[in-house]
Design a protein around this ligand. Structure first.
Ligand code: DHB
Length: 393
C-alpha cells in the first residue's frame, strides 16, 4: 500500500494526527500493537486543557466531552492542614476539563471508524525501514496474521513512552535528557462518592496525595509511594488510612471511602529525546518526551505536538517541499520544555523526597505559601496548569 503518511501508534497522538491530516486532505494509515479493548481498559490521565477540549469539539472529533466531561474552574492545594483554592477563572479566565484519556481515545477511535480512516489494531512484528531516505516503509502483521507493507513519504513515531521508533535515530546523532525521581504514585479507582468539588493536590509530612474524580460514583486517587511498592501488600484499609492521613487537617476534611477496584504503581520520570525529526521520521507525544504526572501535562502535550505536526505535515505534503517539515521541531519544543519545567516544578512542590530534612520540609511549606499567598504565585500556577496559548508556542 502507498500512503503519504504512516503512523506507528494509535493512541491519542497517533489517532488525533490521523484525524487532523484527513481534514487537511492527507491520507494516513495507523498501526498499533495493542487491541482497542486493551487501550480502552488502561487507566491514564484525567485532565484536558480547555484548548484541547475545544480542539476535540471544533475539529469534529466529538462533542461528547461537553456532555460527559466536567469543566473545572480551579483546583485546591492542601498543606499545613488547610485547603487553598486556585481560582483559574478569576486569575486567568481559563479552566481545565475532567475527561479521562480513555474517553479521549474512544472518541478518536470512533471518529476514525466513522470517517473511514484506516487503523490496524493488534498488529505484531512491526518494522520501520529506510527512514533516512525519502521512501520509508512500515511492515507489520495484522490481527488476522496477514503481512503488510506500507510505502510512505513520512513515518510518524507516535508509539508512546516505550517507543521503538525513537531508537531509529542513531545514538550518536541524538541526545536523551532525563531525570529520575525517588518516588512513584500508587493509583486507585474506587466506588465512592465525590469527596471534594474540584481536584485536591495535597502536600503533607507523610507525602503527596491527589484526589481526582471519574464519575459521581467512581473516584480516582493517587498517593506518593516507593517506586518498588507491591500493590498486593495494600488492602483497602491500609490504602484509606494512608490517603486520609495525607489529606487530614484542622479544617476536618476527610475522604468518602468505598471499595477499591483497581490498584497500580505509576513510576515516573522526565524525559526528552532530541531531535524529534530524523530524515523521514518524526516523533510525537510520549515517544519524544514524557513528564511526571503531577499537573497532568502528558496527554495535553501530546495533543499539542500533533496539532502543530498536522499543520506542518499537511503543508509539507501538499507543497512537496521537505524543508517545510523543519518548522515542526522548534514550534513543538518550546512547549515541551515549558511543560517539562511545570511538571518538575509541581512534582517538587508537593512531594516528599526520601531523606529530606526538617529544613527541606519548612522550605517547601514556604514555597507553597508563596504560591497560594500571593496573586503572582496563584496566577503562575493557574496559567501553567490551564496551558499556554497556542500563539505563544
Ligand atoms: C489526574 C492525573 C493527574 O496527573 C493530575 O495531575 C490530575 C488528575 C487524573 O488521573 O484524574
Amino acid at each position: 500500500t502507498e500512503v503519504p503518511v504512516a503512523i506507528v501508534g494509535a493512541g491519542p497522538s497517533g489517532l488525533m494526527l490521523a484525524h487532523l491530516l484527513a481534514r487537511a486532505g492527507v491520507d494516513a494509515v495507523a498501526v498499533e500493537s495493542r487491541t482497542r479493548a486493551e487501550i480502552e481498559s488502561t487507566h491514564r490521565a484525567g485532565i484536558l486543557e480547555a484548548d484541547n477540549a475545544r480542539a476535540l469539539v471544533e475539529t469534529g472529533v466529538s462533542d461528547r466531552i461537553l456532555r460527559d466531561g466536567h469543566e473545572h474552574e480551579g483546583i485546591e492545594l492542601r498543606f499545613d492542614g488547610r485547603g487553598h483554592r486556585i481560582d483559574f477563572a478569576e486569575l486567568v479566565g481559563a479552566s481545565a476539563w475532567l475527561y479521562p484519556q480513555t474517553d479521549v481515545f474512544t472518541d478518536l477511535a470512533d471518529a476514525r471508524a466513522r470517517d473511514g480512516g484506516v487503523v490496524h489494531y493488534g498488529v505484531r512484528d512491526t518494522e520501520v525501514l529506510d527512514v533516512e531516505g525519502d521512501a520509508p516503509r512500515v511492515r507489520f502483521t495484522d490481527s488476522s496474521g496477514i503481512r503488510h507493507e506500507l510505502r510512505a513519504r513520512y513515518v510518524i513515531g507516535a508509539d508512546g513512552s516505550r517507543s521503538t521508533c525513537r531508537a531509529l535515530v542513531p545514538q550518536d546523532r541524538s541526545t536523551q535528557f532525563f531525570k529520575e525521581y525517588p518516588f512513584a504514585w500508587f493509583g486507585i479507582l474506587t466506588h465512592a462518592p465525590v469527596s471534594a468539588p474540584e481536584l485536591v493536590y495535597a502536600q503533607s509530612e507523610h507525602g503527596f496525595a491527589l484526589i481526582s474524580q471519574r464519575t459521581d460514583a467512581v473516584q480516582r486517587m493517587y498517593f506518593q509511594c516507593d517506586p518498588d511498592e507491591d500493590v498486593d501488600a495494600w488492602d483497602d484499609a491500609r490504602i484509606w488510612e494512608t490517603l486520609q492521613q495525607r489529606v487530614a487537617g484542622r479544617d476536618g476534611f476527610s475522604l468518602r471511602e468505598g471499595p477499591v477496584f483497581e490498584k497500580t504503581v505509576l513510576r515516573f520520570r522526565s524525559f526528552v529525546q532530541q531531535p524529534m525529526r530524523w530524515g523521514s521520521l518524526v516523533l510525537a507525544g510520549d515517544a519524544a518526551h514524557t513528564v511526571p504526572p503531577t499537573g497532568a501535562k502528558g496527554l495535553n502535550l501530546a495533543l499539542h505536538d500533533v496539532q502543530i505536526l498536522a499543520d506542518v505535515l499537511a503543508r509539507t505534503v501538499h507543497s512537496g517541499d521537505d524543508a517545510v517539515l523543519d518548522e515542526f521541531e522548534p514550534r513543538a519544543l518550546q512547549r515541551v520544555w515549558r511543560a517539562q519545567n511545570f511538571s518538575y516544578w509541581m512534582t517538587q512542590l508537593l512531594h516528599t523526597t526520601p531523606g529530606s530534612t526538617a529544613f527541606d520540609h519548612r522550605r517547601q511549606v514556604g514555597e507553597l505559601d508563596n504560591v497560594v499567598g500571593t496573586r503572582a504565585g496563584r496566577t503562575y500556577l493557574a496559567e501553567q496548569y490551564t496551558g499556554w496559548p497556542t500563539r505563544d508556542t
